[in-house]
Write a protein that binds this ligand. Sequence first.
Ligand code: NCD
Ligand code: ZN
Length: 352
Amino acid sequence: MTETITLPGLVDVHTHLRVPGGEHKEDFRTGTAAALAGGITTILGMPNTSPPLSTPEVLAAAREQAAQDILCDVGLFAGASPEEINRLVECAPRAAALKIYLNDTFGPLRVEDVPTLMACFATWPRDKMIAMHAEKQSVAVGIGLAATYNRPVHFCHISRRHEIELIAQAKAKGLPVTCEVTPHHLFLTEADATRLGPLGDMRPLLGTPSDVAALWEHLPETVDCIATDHAPHTLAEKQSATPPPGVIGLETSLPLMLTAVQQNRLTLERLIELMHTNPRRIFNLPQQPDTAVTVQLTADTITNEMVQSKCGWTPFHGTEVAAKVQKVVLRGEVVFEDGRVLAQPGSGKLLS
Ligand code: NCD
Ligand code: ZN
């Protein structure tokens, strides 16, 4: 008989849901279906939509759409934008946290000036997290702001050896910083980027073997969360002359991480901290009563055909894993079972 294990509902603090403006890539229903298929019952949606979630009006409209469509619990990030910075405080009641993009990636949001950074840190409510897309020396900028304003900063998708080492040193000094890493930065390297072409292109880029080794070395201590950076783009877009960066991850994160548990690369207890306890604590997200994920510990192959996300492909197509999500119960309701999403649109809770 196949062994099964039960986990709490998992949390992903880094998902791109593409509403408004990118509904051909993903929408609130398909994105939350992908989450449930991956054993994830709470997600935080990123603000680099079109237009971005940088004004209370755009946030309110996105929340209205989400309330009708979501299958699991969803909070939205507000996005810092220099042009709309005077509207930032009004965004706070409708947002779970603030996202600041310091480096280039998909979408228009970018903060490259000190006055905007100062305004973010001076005005964003202290009880809500500030998360940063910070690569290379920008990590030092984020650590400096956390120290200067004495308030927590969460670093998204840390991917390079010197970045995780800098964060480890900041933590050793007692600075209030936390960080996430993605499964694609743990399981793929720059060699896979070459093999996959545009399907292996994302920000941050896939690392060297030394970068990947550093992330695994720091998984027991420095890393706080596994986050997917689920960033759907259609195959046609990826195969175009100007492919956008990003790959999906909601459905493959848990099977990949449980495969690492089976290989003794981390413990099951640590996996639960990284994918449930820590993200919930860091972003102050509510508990979900009567919620559980049943996983079969069985050989499985990830394929494009099983993908619930609207984009319909995964960079892990063909990858062998050692676990398969069998069933998800959210607040007492069976919302996913044997490959089928059973939740009703609008049954998820919208977080503020
Ligand atoms: C993300 C996207 O497509 O929205 N792309 C990516 O490569 N990660 C943007 C981001 O998170 O940087
Ligand atoms: Zn992202």
